[in-house]
Design a protein around this ligand. Sequence first.
Ligand code: PAF
Length: 311
Amino acid sequence: MRISVIGPGAIGCLLAAYLARAGEQVSLLDYRPERAALLNAKGITVHGVREDFHTNVKATTDTAEISSAAVLIVCVKACNTAAVASLLKDAISSESHLLTLQNGLGNVEKLGEFFPSHRIFAGVTSNGATLLGVGRVRHAGYGEIWVGEGIENSSTPVGQRKLQNLVAVLDRAGLKAQLVDDIQTVLWRKLVVNVGINALTAVLGVANGVLLEIPQCQDIVQNAVTETVQVAHCYGVHLDATEEIDRVREVCSSTAANISSMLQDVNQKKKTEIDYINGAVVRMAARRGRVSPVNQVLTALVQSLETGYLR
Ligand code: PAF
């Protein structure tokens, strides 16, 4: 199966490296020619807790080279989904499917503005990865990948078979993947993890595990998560606050050394995904006439950091 990973960030490089090592036909789409050239020359090195490995990858900036991919795995930041979708829209085959493996809410809907819903798959990963430099990624937390239909009951029999194949390919590559019926609940659970960890680690400038060591951080995490669970309920997704708080603690522990993707963005003075994580919770709460004050403050703090370095 031809797979193209869109975006050579931490997760994109991690996936491309695992798939390339397993001998899969994988390519990596980058928009920066000099970085794509470096990736082609150097390959990708993964520094894992269990193992280190190095593999060659095929990186390209040319969408014509990925036009016949069976699946394009979108790994760009949520704020770039529309730009990537508009780039790919007329460049890829009408038989290609897209799997969003991004953080935050709204990526399926954004892709849906450019592609028919039966070509969109949604996925979630709990892997923790940090980009150490071009083609160097630390696999700080071993996680799983869950995939399903982007919009319930939208996929065709061809799409369903492709989804099953994709899961098998990812799994064979060592990426622990599984197909799930209710990907919406999994997406909200991942949102809850990002809500609890990303903004706070970005504001404090600490690795994920540090949140477990500071009681005040635990209170903030607990409140942000509880608010998110309440908003999820308003949209028909039933999560249990205690279970979700425990899950966030587990992820903090299993990715203790990881620098969250939002802190990586802040450190590199890049636009963060705050509007699609805590900011999305605030917006979705407001749509149902509710407030989400802890998420509002976390959003405002990260936006203030961004304003400081982006102006
Ligand atoms: O965005 C991230 O950094 C990751 O999704 C996670 C799981 C919080 C680990 O750092």
